[in-house]
Design a protein around this ligand. Structure first.
Ligand SMILES: [Zn+2]
Length: 165
């Protein structure tokens, strides 16, 4: 992993800091278990406060991953383009309150927040549940795989014919 860092989220938000980061290809361990591969990510994290004065972190992440199409089982490119914000909960009670509201995402404002882990969480949350190629774009190689199997089958029936004679 490169260019990820630890922040103190509350002071980061208070000072309206902005940091850019980059994650190397296949650099996220948990993500790697879920997708074929990725081509790395760039991200921007920005501290701010929302209209109600609550401290927030805005997170923009861009990158490309390769997943498996659930229809043809071939590789499928998937763009990651996330633009989200998280409200910083100052304690567990606050986090509980925020979590009860489905319209907002919150994160506990630990004194040391690992930005790389946060970026990885957001990417994992955004993964498509059942990724598919668009209609008609699926790899028709599945047809050639079937044909190949048919050939193998007719070949083995030829073999068994020979054995009989
Ligand atoms: Zn497909």
């Amino acid at each position: 992993m490169e260019n990820t860092f630890i922040i103190d989220p509350l002071s980061f938000a208070r000072n309206k800091e902005v940091r850019h980061g980059k994650i190397a290809e296949n650099g996220l361990d948990r993500l790697r278990e879920l997708v074929d591969r990725d081509e790395g990510f760039v991200f921007v994290i920005e501290g701010d406060s929302d209209k109600l004065g609550r401290p927030i972190l805005r997170l923009q992440i861009k990158g490309k991953i390769v997943v498996q199409c659930q229809r043809c089982l071939d590789k499928l490119d998937h763009e990651i383009d996330i633009d989200t914000f998280l409200i910083l909960a100052r304690n567990a009670r606050e986090l509980e309150l925020y979590d009860a509201d489905n319209t907002i995402d919150a994160v506990l404002a630990l004194q040391e927040l690992d930005v790389g882990a946060l970026v990885e969480d957001e990417i994992i949350l955004s993964l498509p549940i059942s990724p598919r190629h668009q209609e008609g774009v699926c790899n028709t190689d599945i047809q050639s795989i079937l044909k190949r199997e048919q050939k193998v089958n007719s070949f083995s029936s030829l073999l068994s014919l020979k054995q009989i004679h």
